[in-house]
Design a protein around this ligand. Sequence first.
Ligand code: ADP
Length: 365
Amino acid sequence: MASIDFEHVEKVYPGGTQALYDCSLSVADGELLVLVGPSGCGKSTLLRLLAGLEAPTRGAIRIDGRVVNDESPKERNVAMVFQDYALYPHMTVRENLAFPLRMKRLARDDVAHRVEKTAELLELAPLLDRLPRQLSGGQRQRVAMGRALVREPAAFLLDEPLSNLDAKLRGQVRAEIETLQRRTGATMLYVTHDQVEAMTLGDRVAVLHEGRLQQVAKPRALYEQPANVFVAGFVGSPPMNLFAARVATDANGRPALAIASTLLALPDALLEAAAKHDGATLTAGVRPESLALVAPDARDALPARVEHVELLGHETLVHLRVAGELQWVARTPGMESHARDEAVGLHLAPESLHLFTPQGPRLPC
Ligand code: ADP
């Protein structure tokens, strides 16, 4: 397999739509990188540029260090795996696997050998004589991957491979893809609009928004240290509670966040950065699980009112109106019953606060 590099890649379509702006991204040999972002952010464009189905307007694309901008899709030897599997329904698994090699006019023995090797690797050997309709969704996905793998491609490109599956099957096939990637050591670029899928699958995740890369990081770093307001709001379900708050000074002269008539203490790590924005309104954020519901008269509690409760069994989502003006969601473990309109207090550890400048980047920066 091979490494992949995008260097300052831009794409403007003939109609004038700019789909990508100055994108630089590297995928290491054997890495599974997930590209995630809302519909229309440029994910498919990036894949199509790598596969050679579109040409970049600016920038270089490298496969294993070699600039491939002028190479045909065939020369690049990357395998696109599509969401509908595109298996031939009238051919057995064996014939489906052999087909791309026959097209290359490989010798019969060579074809048989490669098909067997691939079937063994993907645990498809017992299924070789079945037709696609005699397979489960997960097995079909494996055959589609196998058909790409027999060609010994430099990398796999997967464009929303699970979007046609129901929720249960999606989890199963996702696990299969992950196992497969680990077993084959394949370099994979996996595109999805689903942040949960991205977070559970990727070694690293690249977040794309309106044609610009926002952050490329391990799932945990994306969650704990989102680089900007967009990533903070996109990663996590339910999303981070984001709100405007003014930087004020508390009775001890320390910077704090003013929400209505309440002051929220800031963690030590943010004091210096916040002081530079004294009097300014910043965007602050707190994750639903960082909020604790306490008695309304508890010390230092933010006043809140329960608006709606979602009992999910293993956890409860409590929708709140905070300080009379903000809409937040708190996530508490187990089943916690709260009445609509109940007055509660909210505690949050200062360390759980995220702070962003009005332009969007995370503080301190
Ligand atoms: P995603 O895969 O994230 O949904 P796309 O890469 O398909 O996004 O599209 C990015 C932007 O480029 C969108 O605004 C889309 O309308 C535009 N676009 C995609 N393909 C073409 C095309 N062939 N011609 C013109 N505009 C296109």
